[in-house]
Ligand binder design. Sequence first.
Ligand SMILES: [Zn+2]
Length: 159
Amino acid sequence: MRIGQGFDAHPFVGGRPLILGGVLVAHPKGLDGDSDGDVLTHAIMDALLGALALGDLGTWFRADDPTVHGARSTDLLMRVMAMVRERGYSVAQVDTTVIGEKPKVRPLVPSIRDALSPILMAAPEDISIKATTTDQMGWLGREEGLAALALVQLQNHND
Ligand SMILES: [Zn+2]
């Protein structure tokens, strides 16, 4: 059994779609970033890499890599999951928190769990998506962006 934690944050910008947990969300702004800026998926990838002590996202996905620039984060997550499986592990459980004022995440939770479940090869019931605000404090409170935390538990197939 191995455990990893991840964190990520991206600023909002105009003229980009908002993708959260692999789901297209109706929102006036999207998240800036080299890929689609999917902060939740990035936090999960960071946690998966952390669980196997494989470094952080920047170790594997460089901004100047043409396969990363403009990539769908769920495609990058598939690449991380391939690394997890190659090392004999599978996802037992994921717990995440999205931090920001808007959009409201709770109505999106079923869609996000359904989107991530086949990629993580984990049941939707084992993928927890939570949300909180900073009570309008700081840059998250001013709706300048979103942050996400993730915790993952991996199980070894040989156990
Ligand atoms: Zn990111």
